[in-house]
Write a protein that binds this ligand. Sequence first.
Ligand code: ADP
Ligand code: ZN
Ligand code: ZN
Length: 734
Amino acid sequence: MLDKNIVRVAVPVPLRRCFDYRLPEDISARTLKPGMRLWVPFGRSQVMGIVDEVGVEPSIAPGKIKAAIKTLDETPILNKPLVWLCRWASQYYHHPLGEVYHSALPVYFRQDKDVVLKESRVWQLTEQGLQVDQLPKNAVRQTELLQYLREYPLGQSDEQLKQALGQYKSSLKSMENKGWVQQIVVKDDVDESGLESALDLNKAQEVAVEEICRYQDEFTAFLLYGVTGSGKTEVYLQVIQAVLTAGKQVLILVPEIGLTPQLLQRFSRRFAVPITVFHSGLSNGGRAQNWLQASTGRARIIIGTRSAVFACLQNPGLIIVDEEHDVSFKQQDGFRYSARDLAIVRARHEKIPIVLGSATPSLESMVNADEGRYTLLDLPERAGDAVHPDMHLIDLRHQKLDEGLSPVLIKHIHQHIEREGQVLLFLNRRGYAPTLLCHDCGWVGNCQRCDAHMTLHHASGQLRCHHCGTERRVDRHCPDCGSVDLRPIGQGTERTEEALKRHFPDVRIARIDRDTTRRKGEMERKLKQAESGEDQILLGTQLLAKGHHFPNVTLVAILDSDQGLFSADFRGGERMSQLILQVAGRAGRAEKSGEVLIQTHHPDHALLQYAIKQDYRVLTRALLEERQLVQWPPYSHLALLRAESTQRNKPMQFLREAAEKARLLSSNSQLMLLGPVPAPMEKRAGRYRAQLLLQAGERADLHNLLSCWLNEVEALKSSSTVRWSLDVDPQDMF
Ligand code: ADP
Ligand code: ZN
Ligand code: ZN
């Protein structure tokens, strides 16, 4: 029987069920709504739960039901559409609802604390500050602040300054004392003077903007497929303008924190509305404030990484997913959701348009467009006067290489630098060398906790495992035979930088990888400097491939394209092609024309041949044909059951039993079981890993099976001997 005083609550535990609580007398059932936070006892502690249903039939003996302690909200912190989205995600990813709610909400809200939106304050240059033109050479920080604030006429919050510049407080203080900066309270209608105006669109952009704007109050998914530099961002900006004019909010998802300041800047120069950001670099308090900015409707534009797909919006009008092909939209542990896919589901539910933008759309999205589920919008040409770069392969066979650099490449670098171009070199391996080898006995520096070599980091004199983080000092002697003839094998960015310094002693070289950008604000600073053209050679990892705009770059080279060509993952070819075209897109973005060189030992490889023709369409067609032949996604649907344990045999044993259960349940559906097999890197961080892949032609078959199967898997005795997790639509098979 329904009892109006029993509520079903989602608590943050890894159990795929909710828990019942009785309402104490001082909480009226009438005031409780799904999406509110409730403080409840759990085990021996107390936790924040989210009300899922009010007035339910108790699922356990009424005498055993505990009483809730108090409510934390007067109105639901998660509004109806968001509650709906979380429930949907919990079902689709077969993940505990309590954990879904908790990953949706900022950590701050897990505490027994009030949530109030504070006034937002920003720092701005004063009239006097704007007049300052030269500071003493040693006032580095102040100069930096001055320059930075000049770019943000509407001001920057403490949080934003910290994000962009790291340590800044004392410099800001002295500038405040001099009367150069002031802190002001942000008003909702900001001054419109000094804003940039919209560009005149070219024909293709115009068509795209018109198409999207036709669908302001209904769901439509657009795939904005535009080569790098074709002006996708300008399309976003003009569509956003229309949505803002209609009084609604816009949510923009980007793949990487590093891209938010850049977009933020571009947006705040264009729109006189409050903009807020969501990403992992924020403090807990800051994140909570930004959440409230979005949920109260004060912020009109919300820019964020993956988790921002759960931003609670008061009045959404449009969602944009920029660089939609990027793998970072998929969470790779815990609650493994795809922010891009959830964004589509969300837009459909909220009845608003969504735009997926990319120069290299995922194969899934290309097929969705081909089959009419997405409306394709094409931007085939670069905007303004920029033209496509020339692309060539450098055949490395029989060539004498200097630390991975071919003579042809070195010659080209010289030429471009002489003509005052900027050079961008990619090598997707940080560190000095991927392996250290003893030339006398063959000893190799392996990680003891992983099936992997440790990377040599010369500057710090360490061997580091890039998979588990283990670090070890490098001995002068081989640990096995005592020889001193230890040789670094292969190239990392640190080593290439050394070689470049030798070849170009008078040239400014900047290395940009995770090792050189660890400090807060360092990435921003390096990118700024790179953009300004001060550094003539930029050497970096994939970090540099994403969305950045370097107007002076005329030569881009990919130093080692071979690693991606023979990947064990069926998505390897797609990823490699995307990387090449994205990287190539960094060349010749402005008035200077560009050249792209790709070093390879396999110049005849079909993927490279397609890539240099820069025809992503033809390339995707070839890749899709392969996928169709072997029935990989998007021609089938996958779920991956992973297990790991410190004992080698446990994961396989558990997965074998799980596979048996699946076989019994799926006897009459079109379902394939692949495995179980040990993971491609079996041992990682001291744990042995194995996996079982489920493949189905129809999504519904897969999900029907998963629903019953997981209950049986949970009930297996062996399930408690391993750590296991389910990955629906896995992106990464390792
Ligand atoms: P994408 O996001 O597609 O890589 P961007 O939007 O960053 O491209 O545009 C690339 C460059 O082209 C930018 O410098 C931008 O200001 C410029 N641009 C975009 N649209 C136009 C246009 N219609 N006319 C002139 N320049 C444009
Ligand atoms: Zn040795
Ligand atoms: Zn390791």
